[in-house]
Design a protein around this ligand. Structure first.
Ligand code: ADP
Ligand code: MG
Length: 455
């Protein structure tokens, strides 16, 4: 109906029809005086509106001529003033209507232009984008989204959550996916990020949603290549660390044998031996971290759970960090109110503590302080490792738990490290059902807060 009404010159045809009908009535009933030019005015306005200036003036002239003709047929009396006044009125009406029509069409063109540009803009991205109303019904979508929907086999009908839910059986974790989608449909107010893999094809997609005024915007991005790269990196790290392990074991073995012969070595020999020993230890630590990260990635860490005394672990950890602290004249302190035992894997929790404490010592300049506080937190325990060292800038704090990430405050000062420690801590703490938080102020210090559930 609307598209029919929009057809060009439709109004003109109607107006000409109306004009003729009115004029016919005038002639048929000799009503030229009764109706007058005013009865023809609507048709003049319509013609002007539809045809523009020339059309408007021509329609005005036509109306006046038609009226004069009708008056003539009716033998009615008319004078020049009447004709001039009526002609003027008709021309003004025709011109004004023409201007209104022109203006409206110009606006329409501008709007169409903007809409075309906007469509081109959202079509030109690689991400699929769709805007829905508050109930999830599609308002606008872009080309990449329509392409991805087709490739994923999404149905063409229904709200977006319904369509997404319809392909639950095609993803690798249908249960989790279903749960998330239902949750999404239920909480239209929250912004979300989800990732899912299509079974069989190995294609991985990430979906973002965010509420916008009275609706929601959904973005779908294919991240298969990123995931593939991650997998390759993990595989590479795992292989290299495995391969390095054998020669390193052999070096350690021969080092031990050399140590037995240490008395036979000269001063220089003993110095060399010391360097080799320290380098081997560092390599060992690095390899252990790499292997642990690979295990964490492959979900191959098994926790041996037992009640663990965190206070005791903190004391042991402080003990082992003692030499490094002494060397930098750092005051290392343990404060504990002996909280209840937590359920955990003592070895893994010790690793967490060692990492945090060694970081605190490493990233604190000479003369600083490092405090390990072990306290109660509800039913569980809370561990805080605080220092007044170099800290991390606000933009980088979110990334400290990412593998291989090192903050610029550390790299600028050429403080050695691999960026694996906090990633390991994060994974281990999460596996314990706890939380870990990194709070820092650049140049002032850092506080890492770990909470663990009770035994
Ligand atoms: N206590 C701290 N003070 C300042 N920066 C820290 C602290 N702990 C961690 N960081 C920052 O977080 C990064 C990641 O830590 P981590 O994973 O332990 O790596 P690494 O110790 O090998 O550098 C560090 O490189 C450092 O930039
Ligand atoms: Mg570290």
């Amino acid at each position: 109906m609307l598209s029919f009404a929009r057809r060009r010159y439709l109004l003109s045809f109607l107006a000409v029809g109306g004009l003729l009908a009115t004029w016919g009535t005038m002639l048929a009933f000799s009503w030229s005086g009764k109706l007058g030019t005013i009865a023809l005015a609507p048709w003049v306005a319509l013609l002007g509106f539809d045809l523009g200036l020339i059309g408007g003036v021509a329609a005005a002239a036509l109306a006046v001529v038609a009226w004069i003709f009708a008056m003539h047929v009716d033998d009615a009396a008319w004078d020049n003033v009447q004709v001039v006044v009526r002609s003027l009125a008709m021309v003004v009406l025709g011109v004004i209507s023409a201007l209104a029509g022109l203006r409206l069409r110009a606006q329409e063109r501008a709007l169409r232009g903007t809409a075309t540009l906007q469509t081109a803009l959202i079509d030109a991205t690689l991400d699929g984008i769709v805007l829905t109303d508050a109930d999830g019904r599609v308002l606008i979508s872009n080309k990449p989204l329509r392409r991805m929907s087709m490739e994923l086999g999404l149905p063409l009908e229904g709200t977006v959550p319904e369509r997404l839910l319809a392909v639950a059986d095609k993803v690798t974790e249908p249960e989790r996916y279903r749960e998330r989608m239902i949750q999404l449909a239920r909480e239209p107010g929250a912004a979300t990020i989800d990732e899912f893999e299509v079974a069989g094809t190995g294609r991985v997609f990430r979906g973002y949603t965010a509420p916008v005024a009275e609706g929601r915007i959904w973005t779908l991005r294919e991240v298969t290549a990123d995931r593939e790269l991650d997998r390759m990196r993990d595989a590479f790290v795992a292989t290299v660390s495995h391969e390095l392990r054998t020669p390193l074991t052999s070096i350690s073995g021969f080092l031990e044998m050399l140590e037995d012969e240490e008395h036979a070595l000269g001063d220089a020999g003993r110095q060399y031996l010391d360097v080799i020993r320290r380098a081997t230890e560092r390599l060992h630590a690095l390899l252990e971290d790499l292997l642990l990260v690979a295990q964490i990635e492959a979900h191959r860490i098994e926790l041996e759970l037992a009640p663990v005394d965190l206070g005791e672990l903190a004391r042991v950890s402080a003990e082992s960090a003692h030499p490094a602290a002494i060397e930098k004249k750092i005051a290392l302190e343990v404060v504990t109110d002996d909280p209840p035992a937590v359920l955990g894997d003592a070895t893994r929790l010790a690793q967490v503590l060692d990492n945090l404490v060694s970081n605190a010592v490493k990233f604190t300049p000479e003369g600083g302080t490092v405090t390990i506080t072990v306290g109660t937190n509800g039913k569980g325990a809370k561990l805080v490792v605080a220092d007044n060292g170099i800290g991390v800038g606000p933009d980088e704090q979110r990334q400290v738990f990412t593998r291989f990430f090192r903050a610029t405050s550390a790299t600028r000062r050429a403080i050695p490290g691999t960026g694996l420690g906090l990633a390991i801590c994060h994974a281990l703490v999460e596996q314990h059902g706890g939380t870990i938080e990194f709070r820092s102020r650049e140049g002032e210090g850092t506080e890492v807060v770990v909470t663990l559930p009770a035994a």
